[in-house]
Design a protein around this ligand. Structure first.
Ligand code: C2E
Ligand code: CA
Ligand code: CA
Length: 920
């Protein structure tokens, strides 16, 4: 309902739907109403006809009864006994004939006999119960004989007695009750007159009517008294002749007056019928209504479905279209609330017309601006349509060197392209490919009018129109940019001062070669040339002279070296790169010649200038992977060459790496010592005869986090360069004494003789004044008896100041510590030097053991040493024994104590403790 009232505001589709539905219902409802009105009217008509007919019928039954009574009365009237009664009198007549039975048989309740004089001879009535008979009361007879009843007729009959022999019958009112009355002249059985009198028969209508006819009467009939026939306030009846019809909702009644012989109304015959027809019709109509309503609803739904399918969707499309239009940018805001599609559409059309006019004006303005821009643009503009030149501005025309537009208009666009090079750089195919790849800014080369190339930067905007490819192309001449780019490129490749390759370029070149080498086994060389003391020249003669000198050196070298690869890599540093060398001497020879070329004096205005060059040479193969490595190596070699008398130094990668490792060790050693990264390993010394351990030697080990295990041969010399060797030595000494004490304590409990703990000392450490106190302190701290410690020193340490050394050795010995002479046989001294030192043990160097195996000579030497040592009362330990053969040879010579891989390699303290434990 609410929606219905808002119909005005609703959408067109909704409105159409509702209006259609409403119309359909009104038509259906209207026609049904008219139909039912006519139908019910006709039904009422039929009912009225029927009821009036019934009323007639009811009346007819009374008439029939009356006629029947009159006819039957004649039997009695023409009976002789009745004749006799009236003519002669018969006192027995009544007893004989006027019985209740005979009255009932004749279906009357009154019988009276009247003679010609009007004297009542006999008169009886049936009692109210209908069982007994009784004489007619005088009051009743008077009433009957009254003029408004039968009186008038009877008088008339008496006056002309023989005129009528036919009975007179009709209705009269007796005591307000209607009666059937038949007055029959009594004749003899021959029907001959004169009339003896008259016989009167009467029957109370109410006694038979209506029940006696109930079966034959179609309706409910009633005899009503006169005064009850019409009640005030009742519906005005319809009259059909004398019949009045009253129509009620549930029943219909018809009443007609019952008149007596004197035409007075004595009662009302009323028939009533149920309005079954009418009610049936009403029910049918109701059913019809309901069915119709359902049908209409069904039809409506069907219609709505079809409507929605075929019409409403279109409406919706229209509506959405309109909404979208409404949402478009209008110059004035459209009011869409409360508007249907049609009114909106009309508004939009108005708006469109309006905005089209505005657009045309704007378009004209844009066209003018565009034309101005197009013609006066500083960039060239070219319009291409379907691969042909559609238009171009003057800037583009002049850029390409043409005079007239007509020279180019309509020509294929590709005619402007530079002729295809072998790489198809500027072909039409490539141009189209770039476009399909979505490039909208490209660098391109056009061919100008006289054939010169015009490098351009193109900016493409699509003008696609009705499917044909179209482009608006702005063109910028980039010749200047290209020129400066190549200049920058040149600058970035070459050294500005000398025109030689610069460092960057050399490095790139070298790297390229290294990358390509692969399995190439040839060698390359890099000569790093440095002008000695160039800084002085700069300082004394000024930078201009310095620059001039560098230029001349470059020129001189270039002249001699020709096409070879020469670069200036720093101020006064040059590099000659030889990608392939025939032998190692080639770069060396070349280096000498370079030195000679540079050494030739340079003419400097009126004076001469002489300089020299240092050279670092790197010879490398495919072990190098990075150019930077090669250059750094060469730089390193150069620095070394400055210390070299010939100012020339050859370097290989291995040397370089060693140098690198040295630096690394220098950097990390101090830290490693302080943080106990250097620990003592121990190598057992074995008595070859018994196979049991007699001593151990502490050997320093460094597990470097990056380099892994570094041999003491590498870091000890470096530690010796600084004071670090003291720290290192003390740490190892402490560790060795500590472990030694543990071991020997354990051995003591096992009843084994103590091991001699050997500790190496470096020259510096040996010479250090703090050595003795430190030794004492260590022994005290570790509780190792001095007699279980042996200090190993080498001959070389003693040579510089033998006296001082001997004094020191003696002091150490005084503490109870053993002294061992390490590496015996590698030093400079002769055998006899042995005797001058206060030593306890001689450690034969590994080289002796090796020489022993070589032949007689070695054996003689070893034998001599052994003899001498024996003479001096020294113990001998053979070092570096690796094989059983060596061990056997040494044993044969009487050397029992042996140290070497043949028995044990140096091991960690834990490993040694485990070994000791296992041998228990
Ligand atoms: P060194 O004192 O002569 O020590 C003996 C060296 O020979 C050790 O080398 C040891 O591992 C090695 N060696 C032992 N048996 C064999 C064998 O059968 N065959 C071969 N080829 N070699 C064997 P390492 O440990 O590399 O020590 C090298 C040198 O470094 C030592 O020579 C010593 O001069 C020095 N050094 C080691 N530790 C210390 C230390 O704590 N202080 C000082 N000042 N120098 C030490
Ligand atoms: Ca040693
Ligand atoms: Ca040694």
């Amino acid at each position: 309902m609410f929606n219905f009232f808002r119909l005005r505001d609703s959408k067109l589709s909704t409105r159409a739907t509702w209006l259609f539905a409403g119309g359909l219902l009104v038509i259906m409802g209207g026609s049904l109403c008219v139909l039912s009105l006519f139908f019910l009217h006709s039904i009422t008509q039929i009912e009225q006809d029927n009821i009036s007919h019934s009323n007639q019928q009811a009346r007819e039954t009374i008439s029939l009864k009356l006629n029947d009574m009159a006819t039957r009365s004649m039997d009695w009237a023409y009976w002789d006994e009745a004749y006799q009664l009236l003519t002669q009198g018969d006192s027995e007549f009544a007893t004989r004939n006027l019985t209740a039975d005979s009255l009932r048989t004749n279906d009357v309740d009154l019988m009276a006999f009247l003679d010609r004089q009007g004297q009542l001879r006999e008169a009886v009535t049936l009692s109210a119960s209908g069982v007994d008979i009784q004489p007619l009361a005088t009051r009743r007879w008077q009433e009957l004989n009254a003029s408004e009843a039968l009186g008038g007729r009877l008088t008339f009959l008496r006056q002309r007695p023989d005129m009528d022999t036919k009975p007179i019958s009709g209705i009269i009112a007796l005591q307000g009750e209607p009666y059937l009355i038949a007055v029959t002249p009594v004749l003899n059985s021959l029907y001959q007159g004169p009339v003896a009198g008259w016989m009167i028969w009467g029957k109370r209508i109410r006694a038979f009517f209506p029940f006696q006819f109930q079966r034959i009467l179609a309706t409910d009939a009633q005899l009503l008294p006169v005064q009850l026939s019409s009640r005030p306030g009742e519906q005005t009846p319809t009259s059909v002749g004398e019949i009045e019809i009253r129509t009620h909702a549930d029943r219909i009644q018809a009443s007609s007056p019952l008149r007596d012989l004197n035409h007075h109304v004595v009662g009302i015959i009323q028939v009533t019928a149920k309005r079954t027809l009418h009610q049936g019709a009403q029910l049918s109509l109701l059913v019809l209504f309901v069915l119709n309503l359902l049908g209409s609803l069904l039809l409506l739904l069907l219609f709505l479905r079809l409507f929605r399918k075929h019409v409403s969707e279109r409406f919706n499309l229209l509506e959405n279209g309109i909404k979208q239009l409404v949402q478009a940018n209008w110059t004035t805001q459209l009011q869409i609330e409360g508007q249907d599609e049609i009114s909106l559409a009309s508004k939009i059309i108005n708006q469109l017309v309006e905005s089209k006019q505005l657009s045309r004006l704007a378009l004209e303005e844009i066209e003018q601006k565009f034309a101005a821009l197009y013609d006066n643009a500083t960039v060239g503009i070219l319009m291409v349509h379907d691969h042909h030149i559609l238009n171009l501005n003057d800037t583009a025309l002049h850029m390409l060197g043409y005079e007239q537009q007509s020279e180019l208009l309509g020509k294929p666009f590709s005619e402007l392209f530079a002729p295809p090079s072998p790489q198809e750089r500027y072909s039409l195919a490539r141009f189209t490919q770039m476009l399909t790849l979505g490039h909208r800014m490209v660098e391109w080369e056009f061919v100008g009018h006289s054939g010169w190339r015009v490098p351009c930067e193109l900016n493409l905007a699509s003008l696609a129109h009705t499917g044909d490819p179209g482009w608006l192309i702005t063109i910028r001449d980039i010749t200047d940019r290209r020129n400066s780019e190549s200049k920058i490129k040149r600058l970035s490749l070459y050294d500005n001062l000398t025109g030689l390759l610069n460092r960057h370029q050399l490095q790139a070149l070298l790297q390229g070669d290294l990358d390509r080498r692969g399995s190439d086994t040839s060698y390359f060389a890099l000569l790093y040339i440095d002008i000695a003391h160039f800084k002085n020249i700069n300082d004394i003669f000024g930078h201009t002279t310095g620059d001039q000198l560098l230029r001349e050196i470059a020129a001189r070298l270039s002249r001699h070296l020709g096409e070879q690869i020469l670069a200036r890599v720093a101020g006064d540093e040059f590099v000659l790169y030889l990608p392939h060398i025939s032998d190692f001497y080639q770069p060396m020879r070349l280096a000498s010649r370079i030195q000679a070329w540079i050494a030739e004096p340079f003419q400097q205005e009126e004076s001469e200038l002489a300089v020299s060059a240092c050279l670092g040479i790197v010879i490398g193969g495919n072990e190098f992977t990075s150019a930077e490595d090669v250059l750094r190596c060469a730089d390193y070699a150069l620095n070394q060459s400055k210390l070299h008398p010939r100012q020339l130094k050859l370097f290989t990668r291995r040397m370089y790496q060693e140098a690198l490792l040295s630096t690394l060790i220098k950097r990390d050693l101090a830290h490693a010592i302080r943080n106990d990264h250097l620990i003592a390993y121990f190598q057992p010394i074995v008595d070859a005869q018994s196979g049991s351990m007699v001593g151990i030697e502490a050997l320093a080990r460094w597990n470097h986090p990056e380099q892994g295990f570094i041999s003491p041969g590498r870091f000890i010399p470096i530690a010796e360069e600084g004071n670090l060797i003291l720290e290192l030595g003390e740490k190892i000494l402490l560790q060795a004494c500590h472990l030694g004490q543990q071991l020997n304590q354990h051995r003591q409990t096992q009843g084994l003789s103590p091991l001699l703990i050997h500790v190496n000392l470096s020259a510096r450490h040996f010479a250090s004044p703090s050595l003795l106190p430190k030794l004492e302190e260590t022994l005290r701290i570790t509780q190792l008896p001095a007699s279980q410690l042996a200090i190993e020193i080498t001959e070389s340490m003693l040579i510089e100041s033998p006296r001082e050394s001997i004094r020191r050795m003696q002091r150490i010995k005084q503490l109870g510590i053993h002294l061992a002479l390490d590496d015996f046989g590698t030093g400079y001294s002769a055998l006899n030097t042995l005797c001058q030192y206060p030593i306890d043990v001689v450690k034969l160097d590994r080289s002796f053991v090796l020489r022993l195996m070589e032949g007689k000579q070695g054996e003689l030497l070893v034998r001599a040493i052994i003899n001498m040592a024996r003479d001096l009362g020294l113990d001998i330990i053979a070092e570096g024994v690796e094989t059983q053969a060596q061990q056997q040879r040494l044993s044969a010579l009487g050397i029992r104590e042996i140290q070497g891989f043949y028995y044990y390699r140096p091991m960690s303290p834990d490993a040694l403790l485990a070994l000791e434990q296992s041998s228990d």
